[in-house]
Design a protein around this ligand. Structure first.
Ligand code: AHR
Length: 503
């Protein structure tokens, strides 16, 4: 058996994990909203048209925050189109996804849906075709109690209480030429600065996210961040990061290594933030919002064949494999390892569109393979992150050099009296025995070892075969000795090892 070593110790604490690390994202794109969250007439729909089966699956994920309404969509969105009487709402061309937007679902519906799903809204404003005026009106509509034009409009629309939306994104991917109203860093930095200032005048309690680069591969990265922060540093709380990975050339070993690029991306953005902080002699440490991350590539070809101007077309409907779930697991570990700076994370997206939950319009629902690592991290990954100082053998990759077979992080929850290890074994052939030195957790006893793996790494869950891939509890995978535990990690697997600290 191939071996790796690691440590679990209080003195290796990274930081307290912000629960919002396990956030997600819903965009007006494809069937995320229409046929996903909202489908009046569906057998499980409630009086507001929200699908009950989707709500149940989202609640089980316990995702604390959901970003909305885009994504690329937001850069052409008029928020006023999506509020007020349904019959008065306009149908519009959505230029971002070449679709038809009926506006039957908008800000108030989203906030009501969030309340039912047990999550918080994270709202993005349009800095593509619009600007400061629309931004401050939307904050007034959502967060001002009443007695002004926009707040009274909300009350008239049936929402007497303010929505009190705390986190606001200042546009979306403004560095990309695919974005409606794409800007240079200087143009965006100035606009974001003014929008931020004025939005805070309406509600001083809100938190703001400036747009960072839409990926590490953008030629403008990291100068984009530096210029944007030159203008916005004093006004914002977070800078955003986005990244998507894919196995386009069928090289699974390389695909599994890609989270190493995510680690580097985070560390480079942190360095850029800290450079601007030093330059400005600013007290505040800028935090990161990794508000789009996932695997995205399966649907690219099919999407190119879609006819334009359909309502809720099947776009970005990636069907996720076991190896995709392992990459999602590695990405979750990367986020947890950097929780001292990454405070918000949004798995992009939540339903139907590159999502862990997949529905048939008018039909059933299925948990994709990626549902499971996300659910495990959201459920058991709350507390203090512990750097495990993993010492693992590695394999060579042309881009990432020496790639450790084992990727792992610990989470200590003093409240629940629990310690959890999340680990991915990237070794496609062999079991790896992970020896964990438990140091000051001498009372820790394994209560459960859950693993997600499959003999076919391309296996998927479908509406016809919904349970082909599912996590299972392993027996006989753990050997416990005095202050030392050996965990057998199956080849190509995502693992959750839960320890109880009760003596
Ligand atoms: O999540 C899908 C798209 O990816 C989003 O609309 C955009 O922000 C990103 O390019």
């Amino acid at each position: 058996m191939n071996n790796a070593r690691a440590v679990l110790a209080r003195e290796l604490a990274i930081d307290a994990i912000d629960d919002r690390l396990y956030g997600s994202f819903i965009e007006h794109l494809g069937r995320a909203v229409y046929g996903g969250l909202y489908e009046p007439g569906h057998p499980t729909a409630d009086g507001q048209g929200f699908r009950g089966d989707v709500l149940d699956h989202v609640r089980a994920l316990n995702t604390p925050i959901v970003r909305y309404p885009g994504g690329n969509f937001v850069s052409g969105y008029r928020w006023e189109d999506g509020v007020g009487p349904l019959e008065a709402r306009p149908r519009r061309l959505d230029l971002a996804w070449k679709s038809l937007e009926p506006n039957a679902f908008g800000t108030d519906e989203f906030v009501r849906w969030c309340r039912k799903a047990g999550t918080e809204p994270m709202m993005a404003i349009n800095l593509g075709t619009r600007g400061v005026d629309a931004a401050r009106s939307l904050v007034e509509y959502c967060n001002h109690p009443s007695g002004t034009q926009y707040s009274d409009w909300r009350v008239e629309n049936g929402c007497a209480e303010p929505h009190n939306i705390k986190v606001w994104c200042l546009g979306n991917e403004m560095d990309g030429d695919w974005q409606i109203g794409h800007k240079t860093a200087l143009e965006y930095g100035r606009l974001a600065e003014e929008a931020a200032k004025v939005m805070r005048w309406v509600d001083p309690t809100i938190e703001l996210v400036a747009c960072g680069s839409s990926s590490r591969t953008m030629s403008t990265f990291p100068q984009w961040e530096a210029t944007v922060l030159e203008h916005t540093y004093a006004h914002v709380d977070y800078i955003s990061l986005h990244t998507y990975y894919g196995n386009r050339d069928g090289n699974t070993a390389h695909f599994l290594a890609q989270s190493i690029g995510m680690d580097a991306f985070i560390e480079e953005v942190v360095a850029t933030c800290d450079f601007i902080r030093a330059k400005k002699r600013h007290k505040k440490r800028m935090m990161l919002s990794f508000d789009e991350w996932n695997v995205w590539f399966h649907s690219n070809q099919a999407d190119r064949q879609q006819q334009p101007w359909q309502e809720a077309p099947p776009l970005l409907e990636d069907l996720y494999t076991v190896e995709d779930a392992l990459v999602v697991g590695c990405m979750l570990i990367s986020l947890i390892k950097h929780c001292d700076r990454v405070r918000i994370g949004c798995l992009a997206q939540l339903v139907n569109v590159i999502a862990p939950i997949f529905t048939a319009t008018g039909g059933g629902i299925v948990k994709q393979t990626t549902y499971f690592p996300f659910m495990h991290a959201s459920r058991y990954g709350r507390g203090t992150a512990l750097d495990m100082k993993v010492d693992s053998s590695s394999y060579e990759d042309p881009v990432f050099d020496a790639v450790p077979y084992v990727e792992a992080v610990g989470v200590l929850s003093e409240d629940r009296g629990e310690l959890t290890v999340f680990a991915v074994n990237r070794n496609l052939e062999e079991v790896v025995g992970l020896d964990v030195d438990l140091r000051d957790f001498s009372t820790a006893r394994v209560v459960e070892h859950i693993a997600l793996t499959h003999s076919d790494l391309k296996a998927v869950n479908t509406l016809e075969q919904p349970d082909r891939v599912a996590p299972s509890a392993l027996d006989d995978s753990v050997e416990e000795h005095e202050c030392k535990t050996r965990i057998a990690l199956p080849p190509a697997s995502w693992n959750v090892v839960r320890f109880s600290l009760e003596a």
